[in-house]
Write a new protein. Structure first.
Length: 138
């Protein structure tokens, strides 16, 4: 199975480390991490990554202050990219203001296999991911 390129943007080092290890070490992982950032400012410092992410895992804590500005910058850097917003149950209500900018909410406590299934499902319906998969098949 072809792997989807993902980016992880969070200012919580433990969360970033956990997702990186999960996607690189788990045998059923559908994804390869091609971007890691602690903020939008740190994206440019990750220039050693050659691939653009087709899916972003984004920590809700980063968009808390200015949602519209944050997502307009994300769209500038990565247009037409699937965004899954990582949010715990305690902050889900306040994170719902991001609903128009994201594709789905993602619980940090989600079972690993459910996470992989969610990523696979989004990779099947996203045009940029489909074109990436077609290019890699040829």
């Amino acid at each position: 199975m072809e792997r989807i390129n993902i980016g992880i943007i969070t200012n919580v080092r433990k969360l970033l480390f956990a997702y990186r290890i999960l996607f690189s070490a788990h045998e059923q992982s559908p994804a390869e991490v091609v971007l890691e950032a602690f903020s939008l400012d740190s994206i440019s410092s990750n220039s050693h990554f050659n691939e653009k992410p087709e899916l972003l895992l984004l920590d809700y804590r980063l968009v808390f202050k200015n949602t519209l500005l944050f997502f307009s910058l994300i769209d500038h850097f990565y247009p037409h990219t699937v965004i899954l917003l990582i949010v715990d149950q305690a902050h889900l209500q306040e994170a719902k203001r991001c609903k128009t900018f994201i594709h789905s909410f993602l619980s940090p406590n989600l079972d690993v296999l459910q996470l992989f299934k969610l990523i696979r499902n989004f990779s099947l319906v996203t045009p940029s991911v489909q074109s990436h998969l077609q290019t890699n098949k040829n």
